[in-house]
Design a protein around this ligand. Sequence first.
Ligand code: C5P
Length: 232
Amino acid sequence: MASAKISDERLYVALDLPSIDEARAIVEILGNTVESYKVGLQLLPLGGAEFGQELKALGKNVFYDFKLHDIGATVEKATRSISGLGADLLTVHARPDVMVSAAAGRGDSSLKILGVTVLTSLDKQALEDIGYHENAENLVMRRVEQALKAGIDGVVSSPLEANKIRSAVPDDFLVVTPGIRMPDGDKGDQKRIATPGDALRSGASHIVVGRPITAAIDPHQAALDVLANMRA
Ligand code: C5P
């Protein structure tokens, strides 16, 4: 009898590591357990975009977390460049003009654009300090509406807002949630968090997990634990 597939492409492992060699080592350790990877700001300046292409050649899903935020013309051209790399997901900050420009730059490539609503490390006090007087939930919902209007494919949000977002968007709209911690895990700098299973039950289409897997003593076992929690 064929054994059940363990991996789940809804799990994106964030490769926030100091070097491509270390990222490659984690990908090798995780093997067939993980199908999807996020390459973000720590690796992108070190050849992360090329490494993403290496991951694509291995058949993995690749999410470039550039979090673009610039004038429209620059965002459009940057998105066009990134769409040529063959990745699956790209983030931009969820500002209306930025999202519209990214949608234009993506053209008819298969790259999907996600708007970053509110960083999951920001709580009420942190938002006030920046000068946002709206609470996180209202700010997120305002940005979700703007993402839909801009014609992008989804948003990144805390798992605590996934439920409300899911009820306001079409079924194929992506809701990608970082801020994922295991029930007994260390929160670190994340403030608005949920377990893998709770995030999916709340309406997340994909989850992003970084340090709970990459900084674990046994990353392979940690990934298996996350996958089990996703199924629970
Ligand atoms: O290590 P940890 O699981 O906290 O990693 C979460 C990842 O998700 C990091 O790469 C972080 O940049 C990213 N992220 C986030 N909050 C957002 C968007 C992205 O934590 N709103």
